[in-house]
Design a protein around this ligand. Structure first.
Ligand SMILES: [Zn+2]
Length: 96
């Protein structure tokens, strides 16, 4: 039998002084950091990988149509809008 011990640390400050803090309504284990007080899900589920996200955002830059992206990739417009807000806006410059 192989038992792997995973050390979880706070996602904000990196402290290992975290304790279990119940579960959210989706059943994910939550933690509370004793150092900085952050409360969050221990290992959040990743709905879209970074590569997938990048691919979708690239498609959006090619033709900025949220409804189009929604139809093709099945990403909700709310999710797409969230990503677009998070990404720093690039200065419009074309390669010479
Ligand atoms: Zn912390």
């Amino acid at each position: 039998m192989i038992v792997e011990t995973k050390v979880q640390t706070c996602t904000r400050c990196g402290s290992d002084a975290i304790i279990k803090n119940g579960k959210n309504r989706y059943g994910s284990q939550q933690f509370k950091c004793k150092t900085c007080g952050k409360q969050a899900v221990l290992s959040p589920k990743v709905a879209y990988s970074d590569a997938r996200k990048e691919e979708i955002l690239r498609a959006y830059r090619e033709r900025p149509s949220m409804r189009g992206i929604e139809r093709i990739y099945g990403v909700s417009r709310a999710t797409l809008a969230k990503w677009l807000k998070k990404k720093p806006k690039r200065v419009m410059s074309r390669p010479q």
